[in-house]
Design a protein around this ligand. Structure first.
Ligand code: AMP
Length: 627
């Protein structure tokens, strides 16, 4: 008996799992947790900074440095340093080999996440998982890559959350919380009478841009429309300065300093410093030394603004587009919120004032608010999930050990109809003989949209105790539990359809900015008589021409019954959940033959690759300081 007790004492006591929020930025990352009073707090890194440069330095010794020291090392060893890996998420490999190895971007991002996890654990104890944010405009592949990065870093990814949703959660929660703490403010917890507000979130970070319109009503946050550009951010402003300085240098000395990789890295740092200085002053200086020739270039804020006007205009055109998509005019907008370090540039504030006619709300730290929102979302998700599991456990009936005949039949049918698409999908690969055509009797669409409970699975590595124990008052858990967020999809999703004249078009099934979750069924027809199989090629994008869209998967119904007439009915159902996961089912109407697919992407890492990368990353020593 005593021995048994001893063993029990050594095993891990039940504890609430701890999840943090991570803003995995292109240039900087930040992390936060919700403290016992229910307040989001930024977790500083081991070096004491609230943000960590998203830069990875692969030292010759095998050690990996992440953060400010890695950034500094880029000047000496540019070939061993990876910056802006977020811009390459969704690609198979990082654009250049590192130490002769081709690395998948999620594995590199995982090293940044590992450093953040380590630093958070030093402050808070074991971290089980995280909510990681992504630009709303990230497509399916980039989201999957982000999820994979979290898993490789040993984090349970509770959710991949849109940055603007996180930012608005950060803003709205502050108000909700203040009210519940007895301070006066705009929003009230579960108060039906509080006025709905519509906000525009303008998020310009280091590498990506997002603009989102959302409604905050009581404790409900609903995204109405979102737009953006994953290749636009502060880095592009730096490059404009760098290029202008290089041209000035060349005009004077006849040589281009960008040809030297080390000088180029120095110029990048100088350009960013100059840009930041121009946010505070009217004039700044950029120094370059190349081939023994030092040159100082003076830049005024006006010159900088003229130089970068086209970049700013790209954000303006997206603002106009997102307002059209949301069906809103500026007089219906209550608040303009700024997020992302680049919104510190005066040109951004001037633009927003001009376009919106309002003074932007810059009251929360643009570098931290996304991580705060992610932490709040993690806390909400954890509490809700625990509650749901408790309800499920109560209602659960013991499952029969032997499957019923009907269950076996369904399993067999599903199993045989689940083609694993390992080969790359080509949007134009469908042949006429196995394609789908418009249904002869025209379009028929069924849409169901419901706010479903989040059904993702949670690893049960530890016995979880009630997460509300983490908070010191019921008020904090009540506030968190009451909040609901509803999202839209950023990109249209459709199938490749062959018309009568054999041209192929993208037949959009779920248009961009549809409230999630959603399930849409559309009717199509077979292209030719006696068609024996149907290939449903799934594409992401708005363009009519499928070759202008991103192919994201395929499912095939094999062995159609013999003798089907041309135009026989094929139903295609797209089900898209709240976290942006898509399921596709296709069914031939007379035989009931089905095919289904969860999206399988060409560039995505598969589960085996993720597990292998996880083992490698686990063994790697990651730190913020060079020895
Ligand atoms: P984030 O990804 O949101 O951390 O934003 C990082 C970007 O913000 C980088 O491109 C920084 O150069 C930029 N940034 C940070 N502070 C300033 C500033 N004071 N003026 C201009 N840009 C800034």
């Amino acid at each position: 008996m005593e021995i048994v007790q001893g063993v029990l004492a050594m095993s891990e006591a039940p504890r609430a799992k701890r999840y943090i929020g991570i803003d995995l930025g292109t240039t900087f990352s930040a992390m936060a947790y919700v403290d016992p009073h229910g307040t989001p707090v930024t977790i500083p890194n081991a070096e004491g900074s609230l943000t960590t440069p998203s830069v990875v330095y692969f030292e010759q010794t095998g050690q990996v440095i992440v953060g400010a020291d890695a950034r500094a090392a880029a000047v000496e060893h540019p070939e061993l340093v990876v910056e802006c890996v977020k811009r390459e998420m969704g690609e198979r490999f990082y654009s250049r080999p590192i130490q002769g190895r081709k690395l998948p971007p999620p594995a590199i991002s995982a090293l940044i996440l590992k450093k953040l996890k380590q630093d958070a654990e030093a402050k808070l104890g074991p971290i089980d998982g995280a909510v990681i944010t992504v630009p709303a405009y990230f497509d399916e592949g980039r989201r999957q890559a982000t999820q994979a990065a979290g898993e490789i870093a040993g984090l349970e990814v509770l959710d991949v959350l849109n940055e603007p949703t996180a930012a608005s959660l950060g803003f709205a929660y502050r108000d909700i919380k203040r009210k519940s703490d007895g301070q006066d403010d705009v929003l009230r917890l579960a108060d039906e009478t509080s006025k709905a507000k519509v906000a525009v979130v303008y998020d310009l970070g280091g590498g990506t841009f997002d603009v989102t319109v959302l409604r905050i009503e009581g404790n409900n946050l609903t995204v109405l429309a979102t737009d953006g550009d994953v290749q636009l951010g502060g880095k592009d402003w730096d490059m404009k300065l760098l290029n202008a300085a290089a041209v000035a240098f060349k005009a004077k000395h006849g040589a281009d300093p960008r040809t030297d990789e080390h000088v180029f890295q120095q110029m990048l740092v100088a350009a960013e410093d100059c840009k930041r200085a121009l946010s505070a002053r009217d004039k700044a200086r950029m120094g370059i030394t190349f081939a023994g020739k030092p040159v100082n270039i003076d830049v005024t804020r006006q010159q900088f603004e003229d130089l970068t006007a086209d970049l700013l205009y790209r954000t303006e055109s997206r603002i106009v587009r997102v307002m059209e998509a949301a069906g809103m005019s500026w007089d219906q907008i209550d608040e303009v919120l700024t997020v992302g370090g680049s919104t510190r540039m005066p040109q951004v504030i001037k633009l927003l004032e001009r376009v919106t006619g309002k003074k932007p709300n810059t009251s929360l730290s643009p570098d931290e608010v996304v991580a705060h929102g992610a932490a709040i979302h993690a806390a909400i998700t954890q509490l809700k999930r625990y509650q749901e599991k408790a309800v499920e456990a109560k209602a659960a009936k013991p499952k029969p050990a032997v499957a019923t005949q009907a269950e076996m039949r369904i399993a067999e049918e599903e199993g045989s109809a689940l083609p694993m698409m390992q080969e790359p999908v080509d949007a134009n690969a469908e042949t006429v003989a196995d394609g789908i055509a418009p249904h002869p009797s025209g379009a028929s669409t069924t849409t169901t949209a419901a706010i479903a409970a989040d059904g993702s699975t949670v690893a049960e590595a530890i016995i979880e105790s009630n997460p509300s124990e983490q908070y010191d008052s019921n008020d904090a858990t009540d506030v968190l539990r009451a909040i609901q967020t509803h999202n839209v999809n950023a990109h249209g999703l459709g199938v490749v359809m062959t018309n009568e004249d054999k041209t192929k078009v993208n037949s959009i099934i779920v248009p961009a900015n549809t409230l999630l979750p959603t399930s849409v069924t559309r009717r199509y027809g077979t292209v030719v008589s006696n068609q024996t199989s149907v290939s449903v090629i799934i594409v992401e994008g708005e363009a009519q021409d499928p070759s202008q869209c991103i192919p994201i998967g395929k499912c095939t119904i094999e062995k159609l019954p013999w003798g089907l007439r041309k135009g026989s009915t094929i139903y295609v159902t797209f089900s898209y959940d709240n976290s942006g996961r898509l399921d596709v089912k296709a069914m031939e109407a007379t035989s009931g033959a089905t095919a289904s697919t969860a999206i399988d992407r060409t560039n995505a890492m598969n589960q085996v690759e993720i597990s292998e990368a996880k083992q490698v990353v686990e063994k790697m020593v990651v730190s913020g300081k060079r020895d």
